[in-house]
Structure formats: structure tokens, C-alpha cells
Ligand binder design. Structure first.
Ligand code: EAX
Length: 329
């Protein structure tokens, strides 16, 4: 009798231990990768998504954000997403183009007039075509958030026209398109993954191009004297999941993730845009010399034949480029 009571106690104790140590039913940990650091555009999307989804799922979903290149550069994060070692990522448009050339379409120079037009196209059927296409490379495209309109900075001289760019060593993203843009503009483009502060500081490269938040958050005003508001490329992020992982999720979870990442993206786009004027003032106060009226007409002419280049000759890519060029005319 005594013995069976003790046995029952042991059983009860082990059940309790099991109850308290086992993860909650349906518990899921999403590893989410961004290459940039806290305070960056990518990280703002990631943090908003984490906050909302953890709340909405009642704690059954936890998001672990890997930032500051802790799991590699953007190309390496994309490879891990393909393998489902990382479930989600917020990645700048540029480095996608080696995985799926269709992404070149939305990085086309001087494509969008303004943010509203970018939103209309990217949130609409043409954007959906791009997201869908990524499935061929193992990505579930969820939506677009933004880096923003990219501007040129350099340490050598003021730039107003393409002639001023001649021979400048400009770092570009790992993207055949971005390389071609800067070749056409007369620069000496060097593809290089993020981050690039040391290379700029040591003079391995003279300049780079990125949206205003980057010059502030990464303190480029310390090492780049000149900035030109070229706004030559609108740079979206593509917010993705691993297709391998996505295929294992039930419909309800998919909908919750899809809806929540979209809300996080919309929140971040608005946040980013609301800070641009303030950032410009900050960078000027830090001593950057800003050319705010470059000869955009001359820049456009230099890149006008890109659409006829090899980069866009794939039939699918070419067809979508024509449609987007029409829709943004
Ligand atoms: O978001 O590589 C790049 O130039 C990106 O724009 C950078 O990750 C900042």
C-alpha cells in the first residue's frame, strides 16, 4: 500500500515536471534574419512583426530576430531561408536578383515617381506577380516594406551631373543590375555585401548609395562629405518566408503571418517616410554637403538603354518590365 502510494507520488511528480517543461501546445519559434542593425529599416519591420504576432498568437509563436549580419550577409540569409534553417527574412531588393532576375524589374532606375506610386504597384497585382515568382527559388514572398529612395554619397567631390561621377569607386549591392546602373553612369562600381563602413573609411571605395536613414544610422556623415539627392532607385525590401516551412503551416497560421507582416510593413514604410526631412537636416548639421538639385534629366539619359540590355532579355522579366513601365508612365 505504502509502496503504491509512493509510486503514485513519483508518477504525479513526473507528470508535473512534464507539464511545466514541455513547450506550449503548438509552440513555434520563427527565426527571422536581417543583415542590418537595430534602428534600421529592416529591423523596424522585424520588431513590429515580432510584437504583433507574439501578441496575436497568444504566445504560441515566438520570433527570434537575428540582426547585424550575425547569420551572414543578405545572400547567405537567403540561402538559409531556402533550406528552412531560417524561416523568415526582410531582405533588400538588390541581392535577390541572382536568385530570381524578375526582381530587377522593381529596382529599375527612376521607375517610381513617388512612394504612393510605389505602394500602388507593389501592393497590387504587379507586385503580387513578383512575390509569386519567388516560389520557384524556394521563397514565399509575403509583401514589400522599404529601404526607400537611394541617394549617392562620396568622399571625393560634389556631384551634380553624371560627368562628376566619372571614375569614382562606388560600392554597389551584390546585383548585376546595380552594377550596370553605375557602369552606365560612369562610375567604377564594386559589388560588396553589407556592411561597408570600414571600406569607406579606409578608402577602398569612394562612395556608396543608400536611403537617408542609412547615412544617419550607420554614421556615414563621419566619412562621406558629399551627398547628392539622386533618388535613382526606389529600394524595397522583400519580406519572405521559407517556402519549405510555409508548406507545413495550416491555413489559419499562414493567414495570421501574412496579415501581420503586411501590417508591420505598412507601419515601417510610414515611419521611414515621416523621418526623411528630419534626417536631411541632421546630416547637413553634421557637415555633409548636400546637392539637392542634381541634373536628374542627364542621369536618366545615361540609364535609359538598360531595359534593352541582356539583364532584361528573359521573356518573363521583359514582359513584366514593360507592364510596370507602362503603369508608372
Ligand atoms: O539596408 O546593401 C545595401 O546597400 C542595403 O541597402 C543595406 O543593407 C542597407
Amino acid at each position: 500500500m505504502k509502496k503504491s502510494c509512493a509510486a503514485r507520488m513519483v508518477l504525479l511528480a513526473s507528470m508535473l515536471i512534464f507539464t511545466f517543461s514541455a513547450p506550449a501546445r503548438g509552440a513555434m519559434v520563427i527565426k527571422l534574419g536581417v543583415v542590418t542593425k537595430p534602428g534600421s529599416a529592416q529591423n523596424i519591420v522585424a520588431e513590429k512583426f515580432k510584437e504583433l504576432i507574439e501578441q496575436r498568437s497568444g504566445g504560441t509563436i515566438t520570433v527570434k530576430i537575428f540582426h547585424s549580419a550575425s547569420i551572414g550577409n543578405e545572400t547567405e540569409i537567403l540561402q538559409q531561408v531556402q533550406l528552412n534553417q531560417v524561416q523568415m527574412a526582410i531582405i533588400t531588393g538588390g541581392p535577390f536578383d541572382t536568385f530570381d532576375p524578375i526582381v530587377r524589374v522593381i529596382n529599375y532606375p527612376f521607375l517610381f515617381k513617388d512612394s504612393d506610386q510605389a505602394d500602388r504597384i507593389l501592393d497590387g497585382p504587379l507586385g503580387a506577380e513578383i512575390l509569386k515568382s519567388l516560389e520557384t527559388s524556394g521563397f514565399k514572398g509575403l509583401c514589400f516594406s522599404e529601404n526607400g529612395f537611394r541617394n549617392l554619397t562620396n568622399s571625393k567631390r560634389p556631384v551634380k551631373t553624371p560627368a562628376d561621377i566619372k571614375g569614382l569607386k562606388i560600392r554597389v549591392m551584390s546585383s548585376a543590375l546595380h552594377k550596370a546602373i553605375w557602369q552606365n553612369l560612369g562610375a567604377n562600381p564594386t559589388p560588396m555585401p553589407w556592411p561597408i563602413y570600414t571600406e569607406l573609411e579606409q578608402g577602398v571605395i569612394d562612395g556608396q548609395e543608400n536611403p537617408l536613414w542609412v547615412m544617419e544610422v550607420y554614421k556615414f556623415y563621419e566619412i562621406q562629405k558629399y551627398m547628392t539627392l539622386t533618388r535613382h532607385v526606389y529600394s524595397p525590401h522583400i519580406d519572405i518566408a521559407s517556402l519549405k516551412w510555409w508548406n507545413t503551416l495550416d491555413q489559419k497560421t499562414r493567414e495570421m503571418i501574412q496579415q501581420t507582416i503586411y501590417e508591420a510593413a505598412v507601419f515601417q514604410r510610414k515611419d521611414n517616410r515621416s523621418k526623411d526631412a528630419q534626417r536631411l537636416a541632421f546630416l547637413a548639421a553634421k557637415g555633409m554637403i548636400v546637392e539637392d538639385n542634381p541634373d536628374i534629366g542627364a542621369f536618366r539619359v545615361k540609364v535609359s538603354d538598360l531595359k534593352d540590355m541582356e539583364l532584361y532579355q528573359d521573356t518573363r522579366v521583359n514582359a513584366l518590365l514593360r507592364k510596370i513601365l507602362d503603369a508608372t508612365r
